[in-house]
Write a protein that binds this ligand. Structure first.
Ligand SMILES: Cc1cc2nc3c(=O)[nH]c(=O)nc-3n(C[C@H](O)[C@H](O)[C@H](O)COP(=O)(O)OP(=O)(O)OC[C@H]3O[C@@H](n4cnc5c(N)ncnc54)[C@H](O)[C@@H]3O)c2cc1C
Length: 493
């Protein structure tokens, strides 16, 4: 999210128009959400189908569209990450959970993904001054683990699968400068142009497609910046190539106002991320101040990283913000998907999961009304916007939970009671974290259930005479998992 983008956030929105416009681009009558190929070509009448951005949302969506019979061109500003020595952008590895796993099963790449993931069965909490870290398991069921995955490797799998459809062309180093919605033309930074019939804006938090929709008065968006930032560091593998910490856990060093986390990579190293007030980063401006800070706060980690101060000074510090947008589409010409529609802070490990869940939802809506894309796009936003808002809120809440809750006795007691109640009433209660990470219920439902559960649990802790089992038994039954969700899809050990 750039400052340029911030300045255009003030665009005002008008009501969506052209809800009844009929698209000439789509000729497929696909009704399946299971990415079945119908062999219908994209019509040349209104121009080609293009996707801006080859991140997880763009690459995944291209597979869905191709399998529906459309020819698709993706324009990606970066070089091909499969052929060049670049990373795939911010954050080296990511936590993959059920909502992201389901679309990967849907498009048939899950076996490849299994080969590159490391399961994390809980949070390994490194309390200050305590030499023995303690594991807080995420859940009691075998599949209730999250999976560390390299952003680059996952994107490479999706790009390979997209190209393997034979219908997706990816133009790399094609930086979209602006999107002309009247002329249906992409304008690139090098001065060239390309026509489109429909443009899918999967171009991330600083989306140019969103900017164009906003300029039409159809989209209003705002970015709320945290006064906290992040920096990634690497904990190297041991000399024999093994991991220096337990790889099957997400490590957290909670320190109240700030925290360090670690996710394992298959090569034996860990990607560490320091999240802290931006003022703290400003103060850490010399090797001495950096070493003193890490030795005081994260002594066990500091002891394992000889070049800590160098890494800290060389690696960029990233901002953290939540971008909320209303008006995700323009007629039947443009629609947003992934971070371009809903960028969130990374504390619930859900941005990519949500992006892929949205791509699948968008595909479902297109499949349901292939001849009326404008209506499909509106229904997609109507369906997903409450969920995008809910996960944005829950991601912010989870920062407090991670950096201080996990060592707060009150939080720990509530979490233990929630897990106990889940065992006693598996059909009625699941802790909030688990509903977000291991279920496919809409995020908004998870948020509202979590609020009710939190009230019951707080009452029970405050007053042991409360009939907590009676209250939980009255909660509505938890919804079934998505039929495609397979607890065994990824290895868990
Ligand atoms: C520190 C950090 C940790 C995170 N951890 C997690 C996690 O553990 N789990 C999780 O689920 N999510 C996590 N996320 C969030 C996750 O990275 C994003 O939500 C996800 O990558 C969004 O995917 P996307 O495809 O929508 O956007 P992106 O991945 O941002 O892809 C957008 C693509 O568009 C391209 N592009 C941008 N502008 C242009 C242009 N003008 N022209 C052409 N191409 C363009 C970009 O190069 C990029 O390839 C984390 C994010 C951060 C910052």
């Amino acid at each position: 999210m750039t400052s340029e983008e911030q300045s255009s956030a003030a665009q005002t929105s008008a009501t969506q128009t052209s809800a009844t416009q009929t698209s000439a681009t789509q000729t497929s009558a696909a009704q399946t959400s299971n990415a079945g190929s119908l062999g219908a070509p994209a019509s040349a009448e209104s121009g080609p189908m293009v996707i801006a951005g080859a991140g997880q949302a763009g690459a995944l969506l291209s597979i869905y569209l191709a399998r529906q019979g459309h020819d698709v061109t993706i324009y990606e500003s970066r070089p091909d990450l499969r052929r060049s020595d670049i990373d795939a952008g911010r954050s080296i590895n990511l936590a993959l959970a059920t909502r992201g796993i389901v679309p990967l099963i849907d498009v048939g790449v899950i076996e490849h993904v299994d080969a590159i993931t490391i399961p994390m069965r809980g949070r390994m909490v490194h309390a200050l001054g305590d030499p023995a870290p303690a594991l807080q398991a995420y859940g009691s069921k075998v599949h209730e683990v999250i999976h560390s995955v390299s952003r680059t490797d996952l994107n490479a799998i999706l790009l390979d699968a997209a190209e393997a459809t034979g219908r997706v062309t990816i133009e790399f180093e094609a930086q979209i400068d602006s999107v002309d919605l009247d002329a249906s033309l992409l304008r690139f930074a090098d001065g060239t142009t390309a026509p489109f019939g429909v443009v899918f804006g999967a171009d991330g938090a600083g989306s140019r497609v969103r900017k164009a929709i906003a300029a039409k008065g159809e989209c209003e968006f705002e970015t709320e910046w945290l006064d906290h930032s992040y920096k990634e560091l690497t904990l190297p593998a041991a000399p024999d190539g093994s991991h220096q910490l337990d790889p099957q856990a997400l490590h957290i060093w909670p320190r109240g106002e700030f925290m360090l986390i670690a996710l394992a990579n298959p090569e034996g190293d860990f990607t560490m991320t320091l999240f802290a007030p931006t003022a703290t980063f400003d103060e850490l401006n010399s090797a001495d101040s950096i070493n003193t800070f890490f030795e005081a706060e994260f002594a066990d980690f500091a002891a394992l990283v000889p070049d800590l101060a160098e890494q800290f000074q060389e690696n960029p510090t990233g901002p953290l913000g939540t971008m909320r947008a209303t008006g995700w589409s323009y007629q039947d010409k443009a629609v947003l998907v992934g971070d371009s529609a809903h960028a969130i802070v990374p504390f619930h490990g859900q941005g990519m999961n949500a992006a892929m869940e949205s791509a699948r939802a968008l595909h479902r809506h297109i499949s349901e009304s292939p001849d009326d894309l404008a209506a499909a796009f509106e229904r997609y936003e109507h369906d997903r916007k409450p969920d995008a808002d809910a996960i944005a809120d829950m991601a912010l809440q989870n920062y407090i939970e991670m950096r201080s809750g996990v060592i707060d006795p009150d939080y720990v007691a509530k979490r233990e009671l929630a897990l106990d109640l889940e065992k006693r009433h598996p059909e009625h209660l699941s802790p909030r974290y688990n509903m977000v990470m291991f279920s496919t219920m809409p995020y908004a439902e998870a948020q509202s259930r979590a609020a009710t559960q939190a009230e019951i649990i707080a009452r029970a802790i405050a007053d042991p005479s409360v009939d907590v089992d009676g209250l939980v038994a009255q909660l509505p039954e938890l919804p079934e998992l998505d039929p495609l969700a397979d607890p065994k899809a990824l290895s868990v050990s």
